[in-house]
Design a protein. Sequence first.
Length: 209
Amino acid sequence: MVENEGYIHISKIIEKGENGQIIKLHLANYFRVHKDKAATEAVFRLHGLEPIYDPVRITPEIAEEFWEDQHADKSGFFIFPSKRLILGHTLEGIVVPADAGLRMRDLFHSEKTGEILPLTTNWGAPLIHPGSTGPQTYEIINISNQPLKVYISELVCFLDVEYLTGPSILAQQKLSKGEFGNQEKGKIKLGNPGADWEIQVIRKSLGLS
């Protein structure tokens, strides 16, 4: 069982080595699982919405209803359903300096056997930006056609350190700086600071908020 829930300072790791540094992170035993099609359509109907994802008209409160909290069982196992989006977050927190970023590898591994598992991670945003802090949220999908039962403490994601040669902090990176730093233990916060701000502007212009 992984007990390290402290912070990994990427700058200290960089100072000790050359290019090709790799960071290994574990998952905590708490997840948010996106509900299946029938359940999500029921949420749309309940709020009088069309069964399509509309970020302008779907408020944060409604968005929460598309998810259910789940934990690994008492033995430490969790079943990843097939082809469903799952959010998990790291057991360890990280502190990324302004002159480096981290890129998540596509698939999770078994730390015990080295096996590459059919669990993709952060298919939409594999880059952890410079300046990010705290536990990191993973977007996870079991790409196999069968549910996958995994002992969570043996599940690891490898991240490659990437050094920046241009401006270290871009506009969008400022918006996401420390995005997960205020995340509560055992609670994954939905949303993206930059996108949420843009949606609020659109809502106001349409008289929806």
